[in-house]
Ligand binder design. Sequence first.
Ligand code: ZN
Length: 287
Amino acid sequence: MSAVPPEPTPSQAPPTLATPTREPEPTSTKPSDFPKVKLRLELRDLSHESTDLFLKNFNSAKDFADLVDVVLKRLYTFPNHDDPTTSLPTPSTTKIPGTRSVTLILRDMDGVAYTTGSDIDNDHKEVHLSLSYLNHVASARAGYTARDEILGVVCHELVHCFQWNAKNTCNGGLIEGIADWVRLNAGFVPPHWKKEAGKSWDTGYQNTGYFLDWIEKSRGTGSVYVINQALCHQKYHEDTFWKDLFGQSVDDLWTEYTESLKKPKDSLDDSSLKMQVRIKKEVEGHS
Ligand SMILES: [Zn+2]
């Protein structure tokens, strides 16, 4: 007869990790119309010092979801018609890509970050973020935190997960410009960004981002929305794309923009700055 095994004793629970105290957050009474997206986090090197830095500065559940919301709102919300700056025709429908999941992967690699479709299919995206890059930014700039940079870079990459690309025919500078326009509009502006004309309108990144911002302010709130929607429906032909939307070639718009930069700072800059501060608070206030 075998001995009755002793009652199992529960092992001691691991100590609770210290988490920052958070104020209860108001629940939105208006459920988001945007599709639900599965978000995942993959840490490929727990021994890397930047993994810890990342976890201390990025609330992976909350910040990640908030940033997806920030991106979707800016790409897929057409402005209210009470807005006097809006003169663009109301779109009949809004099409959003069928992205089903985004996996944020932290790993040691060259560069800053990139976005790709996963091995499963293109509806499952992967955002790869460089641990060595985070290490570098953490120590490099006073007054600009690692958290600011993480939010900004992830915001930029998330745009690539949700923007249209004219069936892969879109000008790469425009793709990058839209991503940095969202980052700019959301208020995650790194100290080295300058509002200046680069070599051409499609230099990409913040150069094109600031150009799109000028279009948004001078041609109507919702201009970037309209550009992104047009990239869903058709292939990109530069000769007709901009004229169809704004009645002008992109070169004419660019010339007008570069001329505007030579003028003294106008009131638009102030309102833009106020808007950026407000939007930044939307995200920061939740963290
Ligand atoms: Zn990019």
